[in-house]
Design a protein around this ligand. Structure first.
Ligand SMILES: NC(=O)c1ccc[n+]([C@@H]2O[C@H](COP(=O)([O-])OP(=O)(O)OC[C@H]3O[C@@H](n4cnc5c(N)ncnc54)[C@H](OP(=O)(O)O)[C@@H]3O)[C@@H](O)[C@H]2O)c1
Length: 285
């Protein structure tokens, strides 16, 4: 799945199509080029989406401008460090403090964050968010996006994180509760959302919580999508919980990027199918 390039010409200059790219490091496992190129093809849009592995955020923005891209996805580790190099920030990206999408508006680079809306769009297909309590495990960028979007959607997030100061900072920023990791099993909540990378490929035998703790929540979601069914989800399902992988969120955050870049309704089914096919082909379950 290595589709990334560290060269400054990571997309051919002579290509007449509109150009988009993902910037991050590493990018070898990224499914964004596959998903977005399938979406452009499905909609008959002459566009190409490439993968540009760079060493830092400044270099990513330099490459973006040099290649005259119309838009980009930003992934780890540049979601926060890219901010000072952008011309403007959308309100949600500003509040979350992280950018996963750039839109080129007549040479001005606008930063957006579609992770939060990707999460809530996906969750809505599974459960009613309004009035529900969500335990957010982790306090990084994905957790901030989750807390922001769940509050917007009428949910109540509770933050639990290994590093207490980071949990306090996140909870304080959004005015929500935080609970020490040791007390997570005593929480009464509707849904647990893992936003830590624990259990992600290749470390698929790891889990962020003991199985008896995961079993305390009627709904368990893992933002990880590789593998599709993490150890956390397998154990929660065996204990009778309803479970959901991060694949739907991944596709929905990409769909929102597509909407921002093209102004068109994204072909979500096609995007989901290519992503699922690739994950299953790689033994992703
Ligand atoms: N499905 C999707 O569309 C989607 C979108 C965005 C992100 N994600 C996934 O979400 C995950 C997190 O991304 P991020 O951007 O939030 O990363 P991040 O900013 O690095 O934050 C990671 C968080 O996980 C915690 N953590 C890391 N290792 C841990 C461990 N061994 N035990 C307990 N906690 C641990 C960290 O705790 P400390 O604060 O203690 O360091 C931190 O709070 C990644 O797996 C990413 O792929 C998925």
């Amino acid at each position: 799945m290595d589709n990334s390039s560290t060269h400054s010409d990571c997309m051919a200059d002579q290509d007449p199509a509109d150009r988009f790219a993902i910037f991050g490091n590493p990018l070898s496992q990224s499914l964004s080029p596959l998903m977005h190129n399938a979406a452009f093809a499905q909609m008959g849009i002459a566009a190409r989406y490439g993968a540009c592995q760079t060493d830092n955020a400044a270099e990513a923005v330099r490459q973006f401008r040099r290649m005259g891209l119309r838009g980009a996805s930003i992934t780890l580790p540049f979601k926060e460090s890219i901010i000072p190099f952008l011309d403007e920030m959308d309100e949600s990206a500003e509040t979350i403090g992280a950018v996963n999408t750039i839109v080129n508006r007549d040479g001005r680079l606008m930063g957006y964050n579609t992770d939060g809306i990707g999460l809530t769009d996906d969750l809505r297909e599974w459960l009613e968010i309004r009035g529900k309590t969500f335990v957010i495990l982790g306090a990084g960028g994905a957790a901030r996006a989750a807390v922001y979007a769940l509050l917007q959607a009428g949910g109540t997030p509770v933050v639990v994180n290994r590093t207490l100061q980071k949990a306090e900072a996140l909870a304080g920023r959004f005015g929500c509760r935080r609970v020490p990791v040791a007390e997570i099993g005593e929480l009464r909540a509707d849904c647990l959302i893992n936003t830590t990378p624990v259990g992600m490929f290749p470390e698929v035998d790891r889990t962020p919580l003991p199985r008896q703790v995961a079993a305390c929540f009627p709904y368990v979601m893992d933002m990880i999508y590789n593998p599709i069914r993490t150890r956390l989800l397998r154990e929660a399902e065996a204990a009778g919980c309803a479970v959901r992988s991060g694949v739907g969120m991944f596709v929905r955050q990409g769909a929102e990027q597509f909407r921002l870049w093209t102004g068109m309704e994204p072909p979500i089914e096609r995007m989901m199918n290519v992503v699922m096919e690739r994950l299953l082909k790689n033994g992703g379950d």
